[in-house]
Design a protein around this ligand. Structure first.
Ligand code: GDP
Ligand code: MG
Length: 356
């Protein structure tokens, strides 16, 4: 799963990147994209590791890209931003980092801290970038459909769809709002429209604004998960050793780390949950989409397990934790035998029975 941090320059992207990845803050002004593999924090794995003492613990990971900040105040900035925006078409989701903190030593964008305006500017650029893409595609298809090729019928269908998408963007609606079914999605998926991607917003707030709520209006015409965190503070906390960090966090009333908050909104935007597998070799978290069947979950582990699926021996993590061990879970009648159609829940611990 890959995500990109997008935002105006000086909104705190690199500081957040560093706080959640543990990597040093990438130097400012560089035109390259930094990448980090962030392990997904999961308390359940920590507890399961103590119980099963596995040879290894495998966390899920999120691949995070830190882009140079955008500035649309002049032509040079707009060109640079457009080039960068074009480079994130392959990510699975976008995280918009929005500045809300006041700090006289960090000059604000357009001389005023204004989260809603910043978000609108970013959205507009994403729409423009998709408009360019859709327009180029339409021009190409219009030439193509005049020739009697094998794909002519298909091209005609795509052309009609692209024209509808163009209309949506022209009225400032995201591509996601104009896609009506799975078939349409499959036709355009590979183009990497930005306004088709799930999105989340990180509000980078001052230390005194952690409880403040912000009216951001409608992000991309719909509900988008928003989380507030103070990047500077989180970055400082990340530098401390475990013990001092616990003390400081308690003092500040911070119950979740930046990494935890970040992963949570990404999972929420993508509609992801995790199921778990346990044993002496490995304790592991497997991210899957909500509403995934036991059969498809098995396929995430290995195609053989899916092919030879017999049943899914399932217990809830919460039951295991309450009751202490597998034996007690079985004795309490809380170990279930689920079939192929079973919809896997977050925190299900599954042992797939299969034959090949
Ligand atoms: N006061 C304050 N300063 C911050 C915060 N987050 C970032 N900064 C500062 O803002 C500047 C820009 O941050 P940076 O992460 O490089 O922003 P980027 O351009 O979006 O990558 C740096 O000087 C940071 O120290 C914050 O939460 N509070
Ligand atoms: Mg940066």
């Amino acid at each position: 799963m890959k995500t990109a941090l997008l935002g105006l320059s000086q909104s705190g992207k690199s500081t957040i990147f560093s706080a959640i990845s543990g990597k040093a803050i990438p130097p400012m002004g560089l035109n390259n994209i930094e990448e980090a593999i962030v392990p997904v924090p999961d308390e359940r794995l920590v507890w399961l590791e103590k119980l099963y003492k596995p040879q290894k613990l495998v966390r899920a990971t999120i691949d995070v890209l830190d882009l140079p900040g955008f500035s649309f105040t002049d032509e040079h900035g707009r060109t640079a931003a457009r080039r960068l925006i074009g480079q994130v078409r392959t990510v699975d989701m976008l995280v918009m980092v929005i500045r809300a903190f006041e700090d006289p030593s960090v000059p604000p964008y357009r001389n005023k801290v204004d989260p809603k305006r910043d978000l609108v500017e970013l959205q507009t650029e994403l729409l423009l970038s998709d408009l360019e893409l859709v327009t180029t595609r339409i021009e190409k298809l219009e030439k193509q459909v005049t020739r009697p090729t094998k794909t002519q019928a298909q091209d005609k269908a795509e052309l009609a769809l692209q024209k509808r998408l163009q209309e949506a963007i022209e009225s400032e609606k995201p591509i996601s709002s104009a896609i009506e079914n799975e078939d349409e999605l499959n036709i355009i998926k590979s183009l990497g429209f930005l306004t088709l991607k799930p999105m989340a917003v990180v509000m980078n707030v001052g230390e005194d604004q952690l409880d403040k709520s912000f009216d951001l209006g409608q992000v991309m015409g719909g509900a988008v998960p928003v989380v507030s965190l103070c990047a500077k503070l989180e970055h400082e906390l990340a530098q401390l050793d475990e013990e001092s960090r616990t003390v400081f966090k308690a003092d500040l009333g911070i119950t979740e780390s930046a990494a935890e908050k970040f992963v949570k909104i990404c999972y929420s935007a993508l509609g992801l949950i995790s199921f778990l597998t346990v044993g002496p070799d490995e304790v592991r978290a497997w991210p899957i989409r909500k509403d995934t069947s036991a059969l498809d979950a098995a396929g995430k582990i290995h195609s053989d397990i899916k092919r030879g699926f017999i049943r899914a021996e399932t217990m809830a993590y919460s039951d295991l934790k309450t009751l202490g061990d597998e034996k007690a879970v079985k004795a309490a009648g809380k170990m279930r035998l689920e079939g192929k159609e079973y919809i896997v829940k977050d925190g299900d611990i599954i042992n797939f029975r299969f034959n090949v």
